[in-house]
Design a binder for this molecule. Structure first.
Ligand SMILES: *[C@@H]1O[C@H](CO)[C@@H](O)[C@H](O)[C@H]1NC(C)=O
Ligand SMILES: *[C@@H]1O[C@H](CO)[C@@H](O)[C@H](O)[C@H]1NC(C)=O
Ligand SMILES: *[C@@H]1O[C@H](CO)[C@@H](O)[C@H](O)[C@H]1NC(C)=O
Ligand SMILES: *[C@@H]1O[C@H](CO)[C@@H](O)[C@H](O)[C@H]1NC(C)=O
Ligand SMILES: *[C@@H]1O[C@H](CO)[C@@H](O)[C@H](O)[C@H]1NC(C)=O
Ligand SMILES: *[C@@H]1O[C@H](CO)[C@@H](O)[C@H](O)[C@H]1NC(C)=O
Ligand SMILES: *[C@@H]1O[C@H](CO)[C@@H](O)[C@H](O)[C@H]1NC(C)=O
Ligand SMILES: *[C@@H]1O[C@H](CO)[C@@H](O)[C@H](O)[C@H]1NC(C)=O
Ligand SMILES: *[C@@H]1O[C@H](CO)[C@@H](O)[C@H](O)[C@H]1NC(C)=O
Ligand SMILES: *[C@@H]1O[C@H](CO)[C@@H](O)[C@H](O)[C@H]1NC(C)=O
Ligand SMILES: *[C@@H]1O[C@H](CO)[C@@H](O)[C@H](O)[C@H]1NC(C)=O
Length: 737
């Protein structure tokens, strides 16, 4: 701290000394003459005084040690604009009749002016004194009269008895003083031969009648106060061009024109010098005016222009008497408060920052969601939904947030299944209905339109054997599809997996096969836009609690425009179920589903997996194995032991034949799905009529499917017709009975 102060002072000094050469040259100036100290703007030799006017040019008589400004003897100079000179009195003396001796004088005060601190005084009995001042060419006079016939008794009082005085107007530069006997009175008495008149500083003359009436002759000079100032302009007019130095103030003279300078509070020195005003060290100064008033145990610390009273830690300063008092509260309280304040402040900042971050993040998320929504065809879907003729479409558009909540943040415990095409989560919607949410793995933004069409079409399929598409969420990178939730596992699980048991009888299997076949037939030929499932397999057949089949997962399915028999797409499907013709050519048609269905039928019959790598080469691929067994009349080797019995051999044989037909190499040679459905249903009906008429009441429902027949779509079915989805035909149900 002190070091800094030091540097600061040095800096000021350097600036000041380079700025004003005056300060340096003044060092060689005479500062005293006898008892009188001399300071700038006054000075004795050239360069030592301010040359604005001659009054500041002083001379010192080295023999008498007297200081002069011109002819005026200077005895005291103050910064505040006062100056004292010694001025001789004028007098007249008389013998009994005539004036015998006397002096009177006219004084010019150079550039100084009379202060009103002076008094014009006359001493003598029966005398009058006159002072005449001039301003320009006009003159004013004032004076006083003293009449007495004997020596006054009262001492020290100038009250008109042997002594009189009158105030003096200020600003006068020139004056003349005279004293006279007051004629018409009794002649001059012995006790008072002389009459005196003089100017004197107020309080500097005390009238003593016994002495002064006789002997004032011996006292020739009296101190007179003059005013001085610099220039004739005001501080405001001068701005920063006044000669007042650092830490000083410019003050307009109150007694005349011009200005004077004054050190600021806490500084002392000559304010007319550039660096004349210096800080007063109140802590060490011996001057009683400037000394610090810290008391008690408080210690003084000097500052620029002022001082501070400091207290030891644990004490507070009482400003009333600048002493230290013990703090009311323990110190740590203050620290706790500071700590608390800081902590609260910090937390507040943290809160604000995180709020802003959250907001930014939220906005980013919102933008991202919007982006995905558009990219995934959300706009198109909305447009379609609001368009005409889609009143029977009931597809919900879910928000990403809703999906997150439904799946508990895509929690692992909610995963129902994971496959080549994505992950399926169990979701619980706000209305506590359970859904399956499928998150696809593939995202092909170039097929957005097709995807949206598919969503629209699938959502319209209201078939008891198709897992219903409830809606979708397009705000994620890969669209999410929301399906109805079927809780009894897949056909795959029943046949080969964890849920496999002997409860799945031939009757069940045949009914499931019929249901699948009828559903596929419906999809192929009944919807206004034919749908090929493309991934028919036991893992995609769900079973509900009544073992009713539900065809699921149209993720890979593609719509076939009606004027195109075949569609070239990237080959998709599952090994073991994949149509070899489709695999080789990449040409997709509904016969690919027929092939896959054949494999499913074989699985139902044999209870074996479509592809089993653990088995020997010839039985690895179920289709080949089944076909060769059929050809070589070894069907009993292939058929599941739980299935075959005495009564159903014919049906199984027939079903096996259908399965083999379905899996013919050439698509053309395979039957249509509709034919397959009819044939299988025929097997079932015969059987039901023979033996099981009352045993399975749930089958009654399925009897409606007898002789499935598709109605052609209304309207022009020859167009590609994505817009003709409104014309979706319902499965016509013909009562088989
Ligand atoms: C200086 O002051 C002292 C005491 O006040 C006085 O005795 C002396 O005569 C003065 N000298 C001059 C030159 O005025
Ligand atoms: C000048 O007058 C001031 C008071 O106005 C006084 O303190 C100082 O001592 C005087 N100086 C001289 C040399 O008479
Ligand atoms: C200053 O005063 C002295 C004596 O009165 C005189 O000789 C000198 O010329 C003056 N200087 C100026 C610059 O007036
Ligand atoms: C100084 O004063 C003495 C006595 O009054 C006088 O004789 C002398 O001339 C003066 N000196 C100057 C330089 O005025
Ligand atoms: C007074 O003085 C005048 C002139 O000096 C003189 O003529 C006169 O006689 C004096 N009178 C007396 C009474 O001394
Ligand atoms: C007073 O000062 C002015 C300039 O401020 C100057 O013109 C004038 O001559 C001075 N008068 C005397 C008597 O020095
Ligand atoms: C005044 O001067 C006279 C002589 O001129 C002398 O006799 C007298 O004592 C002096 N008085 C004082 C008070 O100095
Ligand atoms: C006075 O102030 C003006 C601007 O207010 C500045 O340009 C000028 O340099 C200053 N002069 C001095 C002597 O400080
Ligand atoms: C200042 O005031 C305090 C509180 O009233 C008091 O205890 C102390 O003695 C005072 N100190 C001085 C130096 O007067
Ligand atoms: C400071 O001291 C004065 C007495 O010197 C006392 O009246 C006042 O209450 C004290 N102030 C505080 C804040 O203690
Ligand atoms: C101490 O002095 C300063 C001025 O230096 C004054 O303002 C303050 O009132 C004084 N305090 C006391 C307690 O005397």
């Amino acid at each position: 701290m002190n070091k800094v102060h030091g540097l600061f002072l040095v800096a000021i000094f350097i600036i000041a000394s380079t700025k004003l050469v005056i300060g340096q040259s003044l060092r060689s100036c005479q500062t005293r003459c006898g008892n009188v100290s001399i300071e700038y703007p006054f000075g004795i030799s050239t360069g030592c005084y301010y040359a604005v006017h001659a009054s500041f040019n002083l001379t010192c008589n080295e023999t008498t040690k007297e200081l002069f400004s011109g002819k005026l003897q200077v005895i005291n100079i103050s910064h505040s604009g006062e100056l004292r000179i010694l001025k001789s009195r004028s007098y007249t003396c008389y013998n009994s009749t005539d004036l015998t001796e006397g002096t009177f004088y006219t004084t010019t005060l150079r550039n100084f002016t009379l202060s009103n601190k002076n008094r014009f005084t006359a001493v003598g009995c029966n005398t009058y004194a006159v002072m005449t001042t001039t301003i320009g060419d006009r003159s004013y006079s004032t004076g006083c009269l003293s009449l007495c016939d004997s020596t006054p008794k009262e001492n020290g009082v100038c009250s008109g008895e042997g002594c009189c005085y009158t105030p003096v107007p200020k600003r006068r530069k020139r004056f003349r003083i005279r004293s006279r006997r007051f004629d018409g009175e009794t002649s001059v008495s012995e006790f008072n031969p002389c009459f005196y008149a003089f100017l004197v500083e107020e309080g500097m003359f005390s009238f003593s009648p016994s002495q002064d009436l006789q002997n004032l002759r011996n006292v020739t000079e009296f101190p007179v106060v003059l005013d001085w100032s610099i220039g004739s302009r005001t501080c405001e007019q001068l701005g920063n061009t006044s000669i007042c130095g650092q830490n000083s103030l410019c003050l307009d003279s109150t007694t005349r024109t011009g200005y004077n300078c004054k050190c600021k509070a806490g500084y002392d020195g000559n304010p007319y010098l550039p660096d004349g005003c210096q800080d007063i060290n109140e802590c060490t100064t011996s001057s009683s005016i400037h000394k610090h008033n810290c008391s008690g145990s408080s210690s003084c610390e000097n500052m620029m222009g002022h001082f501070l009273c400091r207290c030891p830690s644990g004490f507070d300063l009482n400003a009333t008497n600048n002493s230290c008092m013990r703090k009311h509260k323990p110190e740590y309280y203050g620290w706790t408060q500071i700590l608390l304040g800081t902590t609260v402040g910090f937390l507040a900042i943290l809160l604000v920052v995180s709020c802003v971050q959250q907001k930014i993040k939220h906005r980013k998320n919102t933008e991202l969601r919007k982006h995905f929504f558009e990219q995934n065809g959300g706009g198109m879907l909305r447009q379609r939904l609001s368009g005409a003729g889609t009143s029977n479409v009931d597809v919900k558009i879910f928000t990403e947030e809703g999906m997150k909540e439904a799946t508990n943040g895509y929690d692992e415990s909610r995963i129902l299944g994971q496959g080549g095409q994505g992950t399926v989560y169990k979701g619980i919607l706000p209305d506590s209905s359970v859904v399956a949410i499928k998150k696809s793995r593939l995202g092909d933004s170039s097929q957005v339109e097709q995807f949206i069409n598919e969503v629209l079409v699938l959502s319209q399929i209201n078939h008891r054997n198709v897992v219903k598409l409830l809606g979708c969420c397009l705000e994620t990178q890969v669209p999410l599809l929301v399906y109805e939730f079927i809780n009894s596992g897949t056909l795959f699980d029943r046949l080969h997996g964890s849920m496999s048991d002997s409860s799945l009888t031939w009757e069940h299997r045949l009914r499931i096969a019929v249901e699948i076949a009828a559903t596929l037939a419906y999809l192929h030929s009944s919807a206004s836009i034919p749908i090929i499932h493309r991934d028919v397999k036991t893992a995609n057949i769900l079973l509900d609690e009544n073992l009713t089949a539900k065809v699921a997962d149209f993720g890979a399915s593609r719509l076939i425009p009606m004027d195109k028999e075949q569609l070239t797409t990237m080959v998709q499907g599952t090994l073991g179920y994949l149509d070899p013709e489709y695999y080789n050519t990449g040409l997709l048609n509904e016969k690919s589903d027929v092939y896959s269905f054949g494999v499913v039928l074989m699985e139902l019959l044999s209870g074996q997996k479509a592809l089993c790598f653990e088995k020997p080469q010839q039985s690895k691929h179920l289709v080949n194995y089944f076909a060769s067994a059929m050809k070589e009349n070894r069907l009993h080797e292939v058929i599941d032991g739980q299935v075959m019995n005495e009564s159903n051999q014919r049906e199984i044989h027939e079903a096996s034949r259908i399965a083999v037909e379905c899996t013919r190499l050439m698509g053309e040679e395979r039957p249509r799905m509709k034919e397959v459905a009819v044939q299988l249903e025929a097997l079932r009906v015969t059987k039901t009529k023979q033996q099981w008429s009352d045993q399975y009441p749930e089958l009654e429902v399925n009897e409606h499917l007898v002789g499935v027949e598709m109605l052609p779509a209304q309207g022009d079915t020859s167009t590609t017709g994505y817009d003709s989805i409104k014309n979706v035909t319902r499965l016509h149900i013909e009562d088989g009975r």
